[in-house]
Design a protein around this ligand. Structure first.
Ligand SMILES: [Zn+2]
Length: 245
């Protein structure tokens, strides 16, 4: 049994032996900081919904009527602070990070007109084999935070990943779409949850949008009234794309 007294002794000793470090710059954290130091935390930039990166994303799926709204929280850049955050969430079992950013997303969505009347929050699923290997789906943890902030249920298993797609990091936008084509299918047992519902679909990072778009497709085919989506990050564009859109 762990008493409050022994915890009060153990935690300072633990912090002395293993001081909590910023998961981006590895500097020692101040006692008020969680996961990131104040400097790294400040360097995360909230996405401007009217900017260039968002315009390109919306333009890519214009007219498809599959996803009605995108809400990424921060810009994601190679070797940036957010990449370290996402790495820790995906590969170091720091699932509490997902909940923490999920709560921030949920607080923003509560005020957002496009995100009213959502019935259920659904994480973009991993392939079953990958989830077994990792032990968890990082997007499900983001959903838990959003759910708490919005007072909505999370339902995993509504949609299933049937292809264990290869890594997309080196593929162009067009090849990414092809890579994840037919990668997902709706779960027939969830037909009642999906039909006529507005569904909030959640991923960790949106790069070209190909994955979340192909995950939304079977939900719309199964009768979802609308699919809106949210993520912690979106790959920041620094220059207008020229080819391979
Ligand atoms: Zn730092």
């Amino acid at each position: 049994m762990t008493s409050a007294f022994s915890r009060s002794i153990v935690q300072p000793v633990k912090d002395f032996l293993f001081p909590p470090l910023c998961l981006s710059c590895r500097e020692r954290l101040a006692s008020a900081d969680r996961y990131l130091c104040a400097h790294c935390s400040r360097s995360l930039v909230r996405v401007d919904e009217t900017d260039f990166t968002m315009a390109v994303l919306k333009d890519r799926f214009k007219g498809s009527d599959i996803i009605s709204s995108f809400f990424p929280l921060y810009y994601f850049e190679e070797e940036g602070v957010l990449q370290h955050v996402i790495h820790a969430l995906k590969y170091e079992e720091m699932t509490a990070l997902g909940e923490m950013y999920g709560e921030t997303i949920g607080a923003a969505l509560r005020e957002h007109p496009d995100y009213a009347d959502i019935r259920v929050i659904v994480p973009v699923p991993l392939h079953a084999q990958k989830e077994r290997e990792r032990g968890y789906n990082q997007s499900a943890w983001i959903c838990n935070g959003i759910a708490r902030a919005m007072g909505l249920p999370v339902t995993a298993g509504v949609v299933r990943r049937r292809k264990n797609t290869r890594s997309q990091t080196k593929l162009s936008a067009a090849l990414r779409l092809d890579n994840v084509k037919d990668a997902f299918e709706a779960n027939a047992a969830s037909a009642g949850t999906i039909r006529d519902a507005k569904i909030l679909l959640v991923d960790d990072v949106i790069t070209t949008g190909a994955t979340i778009h192909s995950c939304a497709l079977p939900l719309r085919s199964a009768g979802a009234a609308a699919v809106v989506c949210a993520s912690i990050g979106i790959a920041k564009l620094n220059a207008p794309p020229t080819a391979g859109l």
